[in-house]
Write a protein that binds this ligand. Structure first.
Ligand code: BGC
Length: 424
């Protein structure tokens, strides 16, 4: 069976963002930041205060860091050495879901089961030491509202998490109870931050000119240092930019949203993040093939397809269940590329919205944007498309802004937050 070329071309067009649309997306982003800061409910950006500014770079001491935000939970024991340096003393990691064995991310799991499991990972980095007092920083990568740095209330799950009894509740209270149930009285969870905030703290610990932190992975989100025009102390705001909803969805976006755990929420995230890229490709392929597929593509499948048409033909055959020629795979590379390019272009629009807001009516503030995550780090086309789109948007100012891969900031950022809560 040959490919339906008309349908393929229409699907590629549905994922294409031209320069005008890119400019409009960045402007809409800036608009929502500014309305959001005024407390105007028309904004789709939550802009959640992190109760933290940037680190001094001199933070020191031994801390525990918990990184909870994806399907793996990680705990580190870290020694902050000051001057942007640190060493890792111990680490533990475990998946929250092992198919056929257990799943703490689904609705059949309870908050108690989830946090008891996490407390077990904390125990693993203590080497049996239930005496030495430790402060624990918790990178919790879901939209949460805070009244202070100490604890955070989960607003709603994202990334298809559904563990019962956590939405609306305080996560460090759960963690503290779980630690005590395990006989760990010496660990005090003292700070909760978003993973974007962790990336920003970690990058700013090393160098001063970083004001935007970004995660581009299973989920996508950004935070930035809001200066409030000097009227109030500067504070990092977790934008929850994945919730941005001022873009026109295409037919595949609408189908994906309708079938998701949380329809209507995280509209931008569902267009750009690693959790959803493969699903968008699957929906477009179903449209092109005119029938449901026996299984779904993952973002890794898309990466493989893009790397080589012959290998791509095998991936297509495995997922779709019928043979594809290398020429057909090459044609379908265009579809995968258009989905990835749209993702990177929309993320560039989000960064630019922040840069335009920071600039006000003045010049763009020179800086590095710290970015962590597998999509940014590993997916084909993403880095170069982002850089090109930033150049398209910022024109002659493009040289003032550097995108910087800042991997592994979640643990360091959490430890810094625990240290910074002592500075407050
Ligand atoms: C969450 C954010 C998080 C992002 C990246 C999103 O689904 O809402 O809080 O920063 O994923 O992990």
């Amino acid at each position: 069976m040959g490919l339906n070329e008309e349908k393929l071309a229409a699907a590629v067009a549905a994922f294409t963002v031209d320069t005008d649309e890119l400019q409009a997306a960045a402007a809409a982003f800036r608009y929502d930041i500014e309305r959001g800061l005024e407390g105007n409910t028309e904004s789709t950006l939550p802009l959640l205060p992190a109760y933290l500014g940037l680190p001094t770079g001199e933070e020191q001491g031994e801390y525990l860091a918990l990184d909870f935000g994806g399907t793996n939970v990680r705990v580190l024991r870290l020694q902050l050495l000051g001057h942007g340096r640190f060493t890792t003393l111990a680490k533990a990691a475990a998946p929250l879901r092992v198919p056929g064995q257990y799943d703490y991310t689904g609705s059949s799991a309870t908050a108690t089961e989830l946090f008891d499991f996490i407390a077990g990972q904390v125990d693993a980095v203590l080497d049996g030491d239930h005496q030495t007092p430790y402060r624990l920083g918790h990178t919790f990568s879901f939209p949460s509202s805070q009244k202070d740095l100490r604890d955070a209330r989960l607003l709603h799950w994202t990334k298809e998490f559904a563990t019962s009894g956590v939405e609306g509740a305080y996560v460090n209270a759960f963690l503290q109870e779980a630690l005590l149930r395990r006989g760990i009285g010496n660990v005090q969870p003292t700070a909760v931050i978003n993973d974007t905030v962790a990336v920003l703290l970690a990058a700013a610990y090393e160098r001063g000119d970083t004001y935007i932190g970004s995660i581009y992975a299973t989920g996508q989100n950004n935070c930035y240092l809001e200066s409030y025009g000097g009227q109030r102390p500067a504070m990092i705001l977790n934008m929850e930019s994945g919730n941005f909803a001022k873009l026109l969805p295409n037919t595949y976006d609408l189908q994906l949203d309708a079938a998701s755990e949380k329809p209507e929420r995280q509209r931008l995230e569902k267009m750009v993040s690693g959790r959803y890229l493969g699903e968008l490709f699957t929906l477009a392929m179903e449209d092109i093939q005119g029938r449901p597929l026996p299984s779904s593509f993952t973002s890794q499948d898309m990466a493989e397809l893009l790397s080589d048409a012959t290998a791509g033909a095998k991936v297509l055959q495995r997922v779709v269940g019928i043979p594809f020629s290398a020429a057909e795979a090459a044609a379908l590379q265009l579809l995968a590329a258009s989905i990835l390019r749209r993702s990177a272009r929309l993320v560039a629009a989000a960064y630019t919205g922040v840069l335009w807001h920071q600039a006000g009516s003045g010049p763009i503030v020179p800086q590095q944007i710290a970015i962590d995550g597998s999509v940014y780090e590993k997916m084909p086309l993403v880095q170069e498309t982002l850089t090109q789109a930033m150049a398209e948007l910022l024109e002659e100012d493009a040289g003032k802004v550097q995108l910087r891969l800042a991997s592994g900031g979640s643990g360091l950022g959490a430890a810094l937050a625990a240290a910074m809560c002592m500075e407050k």
